[in-house]
Design a protein around this ligand. Structure first.
Ligand SMILES: NC(=O)c1ccc[n+]([C@@H]2O[C@H](COP(=O)([O-])OP(=O)(O)OC[C@H]3O[C@@H](n4cnc5c(N)ncnc54)[C@H](OP(=O)(O)O)[C@@H]3O)[C@@H](O)[C@H]2O)c1
Length: 265
């Protein structure tokens, strides 16, 4: 299915375009969204008890999410960046891996659209992030998920939660359970590729908004990095909806009912 998208990239224009009704519906936990927002946001509104986990990745035509130096600002244009901020605005919390926190020094705020800033969460099993100044600005909860033996250096206003490390890291379902306990109902996994890939591999990602920019980076990390499969019939086949955002394309992937990575039918 193909849908169009409101062409605006500015917050104040969006507010006049029914966006305030979207925010009200998410605040109230239900309702019908204005027509132009339904295809993308209605699936995020209807959540069950466990937090809905939605990922986003902005990638080039050749599937890269950054250059070889880690530079990624900005692969996508204004419309996609506004969409990312809308996702933040309808989620209670936004999660990044420590790689993104170190490379990008993100603020993870809602700046390009109207809405409330989500809680900011960093997954950092070894306590590698020392500079929290871009993230902890006092206008939203700030949370570190770290390992049992880490000695993180964090400001007083960072809440620290420890999970046990098993195999390759934290079990994404243990992260989901922790976020549920903290009262979050919709969580945006904003990146990077390694973090989103772990959720997807584990079957812990409900949706992914893949934002494809018409550029070719040529080398650098790819977004999704999953365990190898031998035959194409083992590939993950989400239900997809395609939207155009100016010159870019948003593919909304719904993983409900998908078999595990590499699993059999
Ligand atoms: N284009 C986009 O949409 C986008 C979005 C975000 C970031 N980026 C770019 O992506 C790059 C960073 O991405 P990345 O994939 O290298 O790193 P990342 O996903 O930001 O962080 C990965 C690290 O986070 C920790 N981690 C995440 N999930 C974990 C789990 N389940 N258990 C234990 N540890 C976990 C691990 O830390 P340890 O290494 O300490 O074990 C892991 O190596 C940067 O260049 C950034 O600019 C692009």
């Amino acid at each position: 299915m193909e849908g169009s998208f409101p062409a605006s990239s500015s917050s104040r224009e969006i507010a006049d375009d029914g966006w305030s009704d979207v925010l009200a519906a998410f605040e109230n936990g239900g309702g019908e969204l204005p027509d132009q927002w339904q295809a993308l946001f209605q699936p995020l509104l209807n959540v069950s008890a466990r937090p809905l986990m939605v990922g986003q990745l902005g990638q080039s035509l050749d599937g890269r999410i950054a250059t070889v130096t880690g530079h990624s600002k900005y692969i996508n244009g204004d419309s996609c960046l506004a969409h990312l901020h809308r996702l933040r605005a309808v989620c209670d919390a936004v999660v990044v891996g420590v790689g993104t926190a170190l490379y990008d020094r993100p603020r993870l705020t809602v700046r390009r659209v109207a809405g409330r800033n989500p809680a900011r969460i960093v997954i950092d099993p070894r306590g590698r992030l020392h500079d929290w100044s871009s993230l902890c600005t006092g206008d939203a909860r700030c949370i570190l998920i770290t390992g049992p033996d880490a000695r993180p250096e964090v400001p007083d206003n960072v809440e620290v939660f420890r999970l046990s490390l098993a195999g390759e890291g934290f079990d994404p379902e243990a992260i989901r359970a922790l976020l549920a306990e903290q009262g979050f109902r919709r969580v945006l996994i904003e990146g990077g590729g390694a973090t989103i890939s772990r959720f997807l591999t584990n079957g812990s990602l409900d949706r992914l908004h893949l934002l494809i920019a018409p550029i070719i980076i040529g080398a650098g990390p790819t977004g999704l990095q999953l365990p190898p499969i031998e035959t194409i019939d083992e590939a993950v086949r989400p239900r997809t909806t395609i939207h155009r955002l100016g010159e870019e394309v948003l593919i909304d992937c719904d993983f409900s009912g998908c078999r595990p990575i590499g699993g059999s039918a």
